[in-house]
Design a binder for this molecule. Sequence first.
Ligand SMILES: Nc1ncnc2c1ncn2[C@@H]1O[C@H](COP(=O)(O)OP(=O)(O)OP(=O)(O)O)[C@@H](O)[C@H]1O
Length: 257
Amino acid sequence: MTDIALAVENLSFAYGAKKALDKIGFTVQSGECTILLGPNGAGKSTLFSLITRLYDSRQGRIELCGYDLKRQSLKALAKLGVVFQQTTLDPDLSVSQNLRYHAALHGISRKAADKRIQEELERLDMFERRGEKVRLLNGGHKRRVEIARALLHKPKLLLLDEPTVGLDMPSRQAIVEHVHALVKQQDLAVLWATHLIDEIAADDSLIVLHKGQIKAKGKLTDVLQATNCADAGQVFQKLTQNPEEQKYPAGHKGSQV
Ligand SMILES: Nc1ncnc2c1ncn2[C@@H]1O[C@H](COP(=O)(O)OP(=O)(O)OP(=O)(O)O)[C@@H](O)[C@H]1O
């Protein structure tokens, strides 16, 4: 039986006359890291704004763990953890204070929150830093705190909107490894927007978004086969830089759509 954490069906969105998403559809399973790859302007942030209900779409449907985002918003959103592109921590509060505040917003008791905060910070090697003001942390450590925060209420789906932008290589690597470990150990579903090819692991799934349309989706190995490419970098180039020449057989496993 498949365990679908996120289902997007026939979703479209426009800013006035400007179409940002055009009838896209895909699923993200539990225990799977799905990389959303797309150049600037592809529609990644728009998609995330729809999944988090920052925006509302009149066309299409989004389900989180079987809950319709429009009709069962609270139940659906309770399944979701998000790390936004821009940091949203309060720099003048300590790590613990930031996390307790977030836990309180989710209705988690102080005692339960402290237990969850310890678990998540220890997993990220940040528990010793819990009393420090966020302002004093480096970019990589701030990101770790944001990931811990996004997981406090035990969501089934974690959305990551380019969480490694601006980080040095070791910090990026640490986050990539941590997220992939979570997927395996916690059976978490992850949708990770990036344009950094080296963040993709061999057993990840891939969605290539370009100009509001999905150009390919499926397990990385299947997409490579369908597009006749050697690696994700080639797939990205082929599908986003030469749109007129992208015709692959329909129905091919992991093919373009
Ligand atoms: N507020 C807005 N008003 C008008 N057009 C917008 C607005 N926000 C985004 N767009 C347009 O919608 C399309 C999708 O943009 P979006 O920000 O979702 O892409 P993205 O993949 O997240 O890009 P980036 O990687 O640069 O953040 C682009 O053509 C963009 O110019």
